[in-house]
Design a protein around this ligand. Structure first.
Ligand SMILES: Cc1cc2nc3c(=O)[nH]c(=O)nc-3n(C[C@H](O)[C@H](O)[C@H](O)COP(=O)(O)OP(=O)(O)OC[C@H]3O[C@@H](n4cnc5c(N)ncnc54)[C@H](O)[C@@H]3O)c2cc1C
Length: 455
């Protein structure tokens, strides 16, 4: 009997593309569906100023080993650069540099002894390897206890509120611990600026190369065609897509956000479905500005001030120089909100208008005529909210349905979601599929049962 499966991968983001690539490498017949016209999901980029730029700001950390390994394997390592980054913190109406340990000691938003406590707690968290006890306590509760109410409210609490809004108090300490723990690995010393990675030419270079490698191995990529419903028929799954096609496959790997997986498979047992539907995501709205002048000299500006109602301002051209973008300055004004938040429903002009009112707070010389062009991008499932005991809430990769697997950002833990971990998800789920085949838990359907694809 043939050991070659026909596998349907749903979602053409980094996780789906990596899974498809690996499954092709194992010798399977792979068909991928991506709802959008363009592959790449949240990491995709669009053509801009003679190159391309991500819809949502993107960089890598030195700890992002899985994606770096993939970049090397695909022969595009010459495009990967590591550059020092400049971080700032906006609070009480001004910008504080926050690129190194020394900067923490100068963080005038709190008195000196609070800064020392922040420095000590940061140092401590950087050296805690066993995070499991942080599952049982919220970030707010733990941090308030150890840095004090004032330091928490003005620094870390303010940042948590800027990202999670009313859900900030629910975020588990495990999520926060990881942010501090992993970031250390992007520094060679406490006193040095963090080095961040970027793929020159945008993450599309990786996405395009993955797509090319999949096609070279005989894989089929359907973009602009979403899976609508997936039903069981005998020993196969029938993928009904939005272009009217019905394709029988042996195995399905779903990489879309958890609630969409639940919708795709109405036949999922209640317990697993409840896990999928229990995952809550923050949405992100990002305004990208093309400016004549730099807004600041900071790449990554965290915001901890309710008077500047954004999560962060990311000036991409303070990381990758303006010379790559015909001398223009590119700034993302980012805001995370609940999926029901009215900001998600604003028209693009309204998002711009609001930002024009606020940006002079970052640079008093800023004026609307600096804006040459702008775009607004929205992502509903931008950030799964990691709550207490999250490890028990994560849906398993192997679902209770035969031959159906899930690999999505809600399963990344204790690390925070990111392209590196989507590569890892793709690698892990492909290995599971292969393992189940080798162990005889999955059996390829007979060719007659598969019929012809794309009916
Ligand atoms: C504002 C923002 C900033 C970020 N910054 C960084 C960063 O600096 N560094 C970093 O590493 N990561 C960053 N990330 C996170 C990173 O982009 C994501 O974690 C990663 O790209 C997720 O990949 P994925 O394949 O798991 O999911 P996605 O990219 O969400 O892919 C899922 C795909 O499924 C498709 N889909 C949905 N429904 C269907 C259907 N029915 N049929 C077919 N296809 C469907 C979607 O269109 C999508 O393309 C950022 C994300 C955001 C939102």
């Amino acid at each position: 009997m043939s050991n070659r499966l026909r596998i349907g991968v749903i979602g053409g983001g980094i996780a789906g593309l990596t899974a498809a690539y690996r499954l092709c490498r194992y010798g399977h017949e792979v068909i991928l569906w991506e709802r959008q016209q363009q592959l790449g999901g949240q990491a995709a980029a669009f053509p801009l100023l003679g190159t391309a730029l991500e819809y949502f700001y993107h960089h890598l950390f030195l700890s992002d080993r899985e994606i770096v390994a993939l970049i090397e394997e695909l022969g595009i390592a010459d495009r990967l650069v590591w550059l020092p980054s400049r971080v700032g913190f906006y609070a009480r109406g001004r910008i504080y540099p926050l690129s190194s340990a020394i900067d923490v000691l100068r963080l005038g938003v709190v008195p000196v002894h609070d800064r020392l406590r922040i420095g000590l707690v940061t140092f401590y968290l950087q050296h805690v390897h066993d995070w499991h006890r942080f599952e049982e306590v919220t970030a707010e509760e733990w941090l308030r206890r150890w840095v004090g109410r004032r330091a928490f409210d003005r620094v870390w609490g303010a940042q948590l509120r800027a990202k999670f809004g009313p859900r900030a108090s629910d975020v588990a300490m495990a999520w926060f611990w990881n942010k501090i723990y992993l970031r250390t690995k992007s520094r060679r010393s406490l006193f040095e600026r963090e080095r961040l990675g970027y793929i020159l030419g945008s993450f599309n270079v990786l996405i395009d190369r993955l797509a090319e490698a999949i096609r070279e191995s005989g894989g089929v990529l359907h973009s602009g065609s979403g899976a609508e419903v997936i039903e069981r028929s005998g020993e196969t799954w029938l993928v009904r897509d939005s272009s009217g096609g019905v394709t029988p496959v042996d195995v399905v790997v779903a990489t879309l956000p958890s609630p969409l997986v639940a919708k795709l498979f109405p036949q999922l047992p209640e317990e697993y479905r409840a896990k999928l539907l229990g995952i809550v995501y923050q949405a992100a709205v990002t305004l990208l500005l093309q400016l004549r002048h730099p807004l600041s000299d900071i790449y990554w500006l965290n915001i901890g001030d309710p008077d500047l109602p954004y999560t962060g301002i990311i000036e991409h051209t303070n990381f990758i120089p303006p010379s790559y973008y015909r001398g223009r300055h590119l700034v993302y004004v980012s805001k995370y909100v609940e999926q029901s938040h009215p900001y998600l429903a604003l028209r693009d002009e309204e998002v711009l208008e609001a930002a024009l009112q606020h940006l002079p707070k970052v640079n008093p010389r800023f004026s609307a005529d600096w804006v040459e062009d702008y775009w607004v991008f929205r992502e509903r499932a931008a950030q799964p909210i990691v709550t207490l005991h999250y490890s028990r809430k994560i849906p398993e990769h192997r679902t209770p349905l035969p031959g159906v697997y899930v690999a999505n950002t809600a399963q990344i833990y204790p690390e925070d979601r990111g392209t590196n971990y989507s590569v890892r998800l793709g690698n892990v789920v492909a290995a599971l599929v292969q393992d189940d085949l080798t162990q005889g838990r999955t059996v390829p359907a007979r060719p007659a049962e598969r019929g012809r694809s794309g009916a």
